[in-house]
Design a protein around this ligand. Structure first.
Ligand SMILES: Cc1ncc(C[n+]2csc(CCOP(=O)(O)OP(=O)(O)O)c2C)c(N)n1
Ligand code: SF4
Ligand SMILES: [Mg+2]
Length: 297
């Protein structure tokens, strides 16, 4: 006799339903895709942090991951491909009291949006950037991304990739990011804790999450389903906090070094700007909008 308890789960019963636009469900993601897991961890971190959700906004670019902004019940902006960071930068400068998060894919943030990424890190722009790295352009058919590991197959590199991929934690750290971490979708508790930590910090915080794209990356490389990739993460993820970011390259089906690599304080773009104008203009400097103050209250 089956012991399964069958009952209807109402949308409002789901623990993260209050953080989602349930009227947009069902979502577009494939079975065993990793993006939903990252959303769950982010929602849990928001809940645990106790932050006023009216002060949190989320900006995405385009892609399967880019859909996140449309599904989260926050002030959300689904911007154009590669432009999540400049959009978020404008938002932060115009409304400095907001906690601005960016949630997008590896192609969006490191491919077409790569230039914006490096400059936001260089400026220590006060943004929390979550990148779902599935090693491929998922939404558009599995094209090679700047993260595709050497020799891995993609739809545009059917005989295997021969371009050297980015080591993104190293790119972010060497450009000036003040918080840098990497996890996989399997590390749900550590990832949630990292999100919580980053939500409470200032400056350019970058969290890379290695996630399965079961439909394209896994299929083109005959790696099985998302579950097989989760097993792979289990056997091959190596947690090394504070590891030298130069050593974090990811080879095809190789070890994935995870952990928190950078956590340091440095004045943000806005701190630097206010200080500079205060020094050069003295009393004539009237910050607009008021530093840290509410514009509409
Ligand atoms: C200017 C522009 N160029 C190209 C595209 C097509 N496009 C949409 S999503 C995407 C890739 C998304 O890849 P990634 O950011 O890794 O997201 P994923 O789907 O893997 O989550 C591309 C090339 C577009 N929408 N706009
Ligand atoms: S194509 Fe890949 S990244 Fe996009 S929803 Fe499907 S599994 Fe996820
Ligand atoms: Mg991708």
């Amino acid at each position: 006799m089956s012991t399964t308890i069958e009952r209807e789960i109402l949308p409002e019963e789901h623990p993260i339903a209050p953080y989602l636009r349930m009227d947009r469900m069902p979502h577009i993601w494939c079975p065993t895709c990793g993006i939903g897991t990252v959303v769950k961890c982010f929602a849990s971190a928001l809940e645990k942090s106790g932050i006023d959700l009216n002060k949190v906004s989320i900006v995405s670019g385009i892609g399967c991951t880019g859909r996140v902004a449309g599904y989260m019940k926050l002030d959300a902006f689904h911007s154009t491909h590669g432009r999540a960071i400049p959009f978020a930068t404008g938002l932060k400068l115009g409304r400095p009291e907001l906690l601005v998060t960016v949630f997008s894919g590896d192609g969006d943030l490191a491919g077409i949006g790569g230039n914006h990424f490096i400059h936001a890190a260089r400026r220590n722009m006060d943004l929390m950037v979550i990148m779902v790295n599935n090693f491929i352009y998922g939404m558009t058919g599995g094209q090679n991304a700047p993260t595709t590991p050497l020799t891995a197959k993609s739809s545009t590199m059917p005989f295997g990739n021969f371009e050297r991929p980015f080591n993104l934690p190293h790119l972010a750290a060497s450009c000036g990011a003040t918080y840098v971490a990497r996890w996989t979708c399997l590390h749900i508790r550590r990832l949630t804790k990292s999100f919580e930590e980053a939500l409470k910090r200032k400056g350019f915080r970058f969290i890379e999450v290695i996630a399965p794209c079961s439909t394209l990356y896994a299929r083109l490389n005959r790696l099985g389903t998302g579950l097989n990739l989760m097993r792979f993460y289990h056997d091959n993820a190596d947690i090394r906090h504070g590891a030298d970011t130069r050593l974090l390259d990811i080879g095809y089906q190789g070890k994935i070094t995870c952990g928190k690599f950078i956590d340091e304080e440095r004045p943000t773009f806005l701190d630097m700007m206010h200080e500079h104008y205060r020094q050069t203009l003295g009393d004539k400097y009237k910050p607009m909008p008021p530093e840290g103050g509410m514009i509409h209250e």
